[in-house]
Design a protein around this ligand. Sequence first.
Ligand SMILES: [Cu+2]
Length: 175
Amino acid sequence: MLEQGARARLDPAGHQVVDVRVDRGYHPSTIVARAYVPLRLVFRREDADACSERVVFSSPHIERRLAAAGPTTIELPAQPPGEVRFTCGMGRYRGRIELVAKRAPSWLRRLRERVSRLETPLGTAFVLWICSLPLIALLAVLALDVTAAIAAAGAALIAWVAGCMWAYGRSPEPT
Ligand SMILES: [Cu+2]
């Protein structure tokens, strides 16, 4: 019987949690959880089969006894994307955890991260401004007169400085 992968939930404290019922197998037997976040599994036995007594994880290698009554909590550390398998002692009950990364960051966030890796906001703004001068010069040649080109260059400098201050100020990652 195919079982839909169950998503681990985030509790109010930010822990990633999933409940697993043990009754002639693991329910759910496929769990989807976030990579790079610790995962707490709360097992509850509902059968007295020898297979429900013990659970073994593939990564990291953890082996635990499950309480006959009441919950048994097992904490898995934060791990990269991939698959973690868990089985009973002899491999008859089987479950798997799919650890998936959050979706890729937006281009805006990536740009901000890249910019924030450079030295200082003003230094970065200056470098970017220098890089944009040929474009402004090209615009001056094509469409504008010299005064307008100087104004455009001034506006570009202000825009770069403002943009870099924003990128540095808002970046959550330490540089
Ligand atoms: Cu077994």
